[in-house]
Design a protein around this ligand. Structure first.
Ligand code: ADP
Ligand code: SR1
Ligand code: MG
Length: 428
């Protein structure tokens, strides 16, 4: 192949017909999919950026793998929007780091090919995307605690609370140049949704409200800018960087976190806030979807489960630390001083997570990359009602975050908002 998409040494786009030959060069691949001449290949990518294939043995579907390749453009926009393939390098590095830290929550990597911007990994055959399950109103008994556990372990163990100074800087160095994806976040989460922009989504029933209550609200936009600055400048831990409910795969028992291509060293509260915002967006959607109040209650119960598991596991890891990290400071502070430092750290993380959640809710409502929970609702007026509700809630959370000093206060704030705005669904 010799077109512009295939013009770099060692790289070509893995069209489905090229996959068998490519896979046959991977040592021991037959252990995973059997004979490479007898494969079933399906493109299952529903993400915004890359191509994802499920490759299975024709005779045994249990023998399946996932092949994910980055192409040199943004999939959702097409070839006219170039995007460097380097993102796969960071996905490979983050998957490897997460496999070291929390192997129970991430797919196993079978083969990583930087030249081809491709990763071959375990196929989560018995799991579905959390967003899809939540849209259908499925309650996953372990998902909140698994997400909290994933957050605590990945974030604590890559922070200066845990790592030795030099090792941490070496690790940061391996993620610092995830430039293009950080820039996507800077623009598509913290900028374009908050101003008129050609990439923004439009619902005629919502547009005017956005113009009058978002684009002209200097106070709110100043807060958004504050969080953009935090995102850019607070290199606290190795983030997943795109932890929404489309990056989590689940079943009744297990939870896996996929798609860490946005990984970089940023504020812990960004990952925490992003996933919480996705639970809130889905909660609002079920005011009109089939889950109704019953499912909304379940969703709202999971937010404290995520936070409480995150907090208790984070503190457990912290208290186990001996004094070899940059910030554990057992030799510097008394137990009381250290306790105060920990308390302040966690309150700040919660409040910043609420601010990031507010930004994320607005971008998923106004920006190009919406969430199916809301965007797939066909009735324009109903969709608009939910969009405006999410934007009002974003503003409310942004404004009240400094008064929220524990997770119960966040739960009360959410409950009050849904009650005061008549946002409970019919099924109870
Ligand atoms: P993108 O980077 O384009 O956002 P994702 O990594 O989110 O792509 O993958 C797109 C879709 O492919 C996911 O929503 C999921 O349905 C499927 N997928 C990705 N990884 C796996 C996996 N390991 N096992 C099963 N399905 C997967
Ligand atoms: C153009 S922005 C695309 C979005 O999709 C990814 O999942 C990230 O959330 C990114 O912001
Ligand atoms: Mg992705």
């Amino acid at each position: 192949m010799s077109n512009s998409k295939n013009n770099e040494a060692g790289y070509y786009i893995l069209e489905p017909n090229l996959l068998p030959a490519y896979l046959s060069t991977i040592p021991n691949i037959s252990d995973h999919i059997g004979n490479c001449d007898d494969l079933s290949i399906t493109e299952i990518g529903d993400g915004n950026l890359n191509y994802v294939y499920k490759v299975s043995s024709r005779t045994d579907d249990a023998k399946s793998i996932i092949v994910k390749q980055a192409v040199p453009y943004l999939r959702m926009a097409g070839e006219a929007w170039p995007l460097g393939r380097e993102r796969m390098l960071y996905e490979i590095r983050a998957l490897s780091a997460h496999n070291d830290l929390v192997p129970q929550f991430v797919p196993t990597v079978i083969h990583a090919d930087e030249a081809m911007s491709t990763v071959v990994m375990q196929c989560l055959n018995e799991h579905i995307i959390l967003r899809s399950g939540m849209i259908e109103g499925v309650e996953y008994p372990n998902v909140g605690s698994h997400i909290g556990h994933f957050l605590a372990d990945t974030l604590f163990k890559t922070s200066a609370l845990s790592m030795d100074s030099a090792k941490r800087r070496e690790m940061m160095h391996r993620f610092t140049l995830n430039t293009e994806l950080c820039k996507l976040t800077e623009d598509f989460i913290f900028k374009f949704p908050f101003q008129p922009h050609e990439s923004n989504y439009s619902n005629p029933a919502t547009d005017r409200w956005v113009e009058e209550n978002i684009h002209t609200d200097e106070r709110y936009k100043t807060d958004v800018l504050h969080f953009k600055q935090l995102f850019i400048s607070k290199a606290e831990a190795l983030l997943h960087g795109d932890l929404h409910s489309g990056s989590v795969m689940v079943n009744e028992h297990e939870t896996f976190v996929i798609d860490p291509e946005f990984a970089f060293f940023g504020p812990i509260s960004f990952d925490v806030g992003k996933i919480i915002s996705n639970f809130i967006l889905c909660c609002t959607a079920h005011c009109e979807r089939n889950g109704g109040k019953h499912y909304q209650d379940w969703i709202l119960s999971q937010i404290p489960v995520i936070w409480n598991t995150f907090e208790s596991r984070f503190l457990e890891l912290w208290s186990e630390k001996t004094d070899d990290s940059t910030l554990s400071e057992k030799s510097l502070l008394s137990d009381k001083g250290l306790g105060d430092f920990r308390t302040r750290f966690l309150i700040e993380t919660l409040q910043d997570a609420i601010g990031f959640a507010a930004c994320s809710m607005a971008r998923r409502t106004i920006g190009i990359a919406g969430v199916a929970d809301i965007r797939d609702i066909e009735d324009v007026a109903i969709r608009s009602k939910l969009e405006i509700a999410n934007l009002k809630l974003s503003k409310h959370l942004m404004q009240s975050r400094s008064e929220i000093t524990d997770i119960d206060a966040l739960s009360r704030t959410l409950l009050d908002f849904y009650s005061e705005n008549s946002l409970w669904g019919k099924r109870v």
